[in-house]
Design a protein around this ligand. Structure first.
Ligand code: UD1
Length: 416
């Protein structure tokens, strides 16, 4: 199993290009199932999750080529309407094939995802939404089996805001008969990116980016070209790493407008931030100040940035309260941070982090994607060597992370 070894204590300096967003690429790749024509995607990140999704689509009969960040997908010959357990268990986003398959072919078999490290993460809202659109759904041998002659437009209210739930139903509704209204929908920028791609394919969608999305179904969608938006979580992760190490970095090919709460928190921590065009510059001198956080659906503070800020708070001046409201078990990084000397108390969904003067390198274990990013930041800050085990989690969602960090001056290497 591969590991990362980091010699900490070097402030990050320089410029780094931000990759295409994992959470935009995965649903948009699934949109290729909605048409016989070709979908051409650019700025697709080179990530394990994107490779897994491509493999899944190919298994279904999609033809796919990928070169230098451009992926061409064609769903003309899809004949296997199934997402097997071994794929869904490694990548929950595989549930996103459910809506498009039922909408275009009238049938789908998708494995139930089961539990994952950060919580139970059910998919009941995806299922209820499709049922409201007229699908018959049964759970057989751990699989969701959905059938519908043609889905019908419906009014669907989400009692919890769900990002992939909104995306799945938006894709299903694009080919349904009539108008679908999604209420209490997710407002994440990746939902808007998917809507943009679907519109380019001929879908009629309005209201994306607000909590009410209206989709008027059409008979057929066609091919399109779409550029994957920048990854706001990768952007935030590099910015926090620079702030925690007292560095000075510039991100290129990114977007500041979708990072407002993260930039606000970094400013509160003492960073000086300038934005312009597709760039964000951050400069930090001295020790960061502690910042309180509460995760919530967009546009509030993202749960996918909670762990990284925990590493920053671990060495900040003062104490911070961190409340996680999206996932019930998203503090696994706390145990590992303690091994580096962090002082963190956990009670239910709340952590109190008392900043310490310095962390000390140790061997730690990555438990999920963003927890891994937190440990990388802690390793960059800690004195001496930190070895992070099980970094396959990191490769799922961060493109060439050690190359990018090395470019910024970090002493980091992969142990194979
Ligand atoms: C997406 C992101 C993930 C991010 C999360 C929250 C992708 C591929 N992944 O995950 O990186 O951490 O949003 O911003 O975009 N829930 C239910 N029933 C459902 C669906 C969700 O109870 O049917 C609950 C979940 O357990 C969780 C909350 O709703 O507590 C939000 O989850 P959701 O927005 O669906 O997360 P994902 O879309 O899986």
């Amino acid at each position: 199993m591969q590991k990362l070894a980091i010699q900490g204590g070097i402030p990050l300096r320089g410029e780094v290009r931000i990759s295409g967003a994992k959470n935009a690429a995965l649903p948009i790749m699934c949109a290729s199932l909605l048409t016989r024509d070709t979908l051409q995607l650019s700025n697709v990140p080179d990530l394990h999750d994107a490779a897994t999704m491509r493999k899944l689509l190919v298994q279904m009969g999609v033809t796919a080529t990928a070169e230098h960040g451009t992926m061409t997908l064609c769903g003309a010959q899809v004949d296997k309407l199934e997402a097997p357990y071994d794929m869904v268990k490694t990548m929950r986003a595989a549930i996103l094939v459910l809506g498009p398959l039922v909408a275009r072919f009238g049938e789908a078999r998708v494995s139930l995802p089961g539990g994952c490290a950060i919580g139970s993460r059910p998919v009941d809202l995806h299922i209820k939404g499709l049922q409201a659109m007229g699908a018959t759904i049964s759970i057989e041998h751990g699989y969701i089996h959905a059938r519908a002659k043609r889905l019908k437009g419906a009014r669907i209210f989400f009692d919890i805001v769900s990002v992939t739930g909104t995306e799945n139903l938006m894709m299903a509704a694009a080919l349904a008969d009539g108008v679908t209204v999604l209420e209490n929908a997710a407002r994440e920028p990746e939902v808007v990116a998917l809507a943009d791609c679907l519109r380019a394919m001929g879908a009629q969608i309005s209201g994306d980016g607000t909590d009410t999305v209206t989709i008027t179904g059409v008979e057929k969608l066609h091919g399109a070209a779409h550029r994957i938006m920048p990854d706001r979580i990768e952007s935030g992760t590099f910015l926090v790493a620079a702030a925690a190490t007292g560095g000075s970095i510039t991100l290129t090919d990114t977007r500041a407008d979708i990072l407002e709460t993260v930039l606000e928190k970094l400013t509160e921590a003492g960073a000086r931030i300038r934005t312009g065009g597709d760039r964000i510059h951050l400069e930090m001198s001295g020790r960061p100040r502690s910042v309180n956080l509460r995760t919530a659906p967009y546009p509030a503070f993202p749960t996918d940035m909670q762990a990284q800020f925990m590493a920053l708070n671990a060495v900040a001046d003062g104490s911070a309260m961190v409340v996680e409201t999206i996932f019930e078990n998203r503090f696994m990084h706390v145990q590992e941070l303690r091994r580096l000397g962090a002082q963190i108390a956990v009670e239910g969904n709340t952590c109190v982090v008392r900043g310490v003067d310095h962390l000390e390198g140790a061997t730690v274990m990555a438990t999920d994607l963003r927890a891994s990013a937190c440990l990388v930041i802690a390793g960059l800050v800690a004195r001496g060597e930190t070895v992070i085990d099980r970094i396959y989690h990191l490769d799922r969602g961060y493109e060439h992370i050690e190359a990018k960090l090395s470019q910024l001056g970090a002493n980091i290497r992969r142990i194979k």
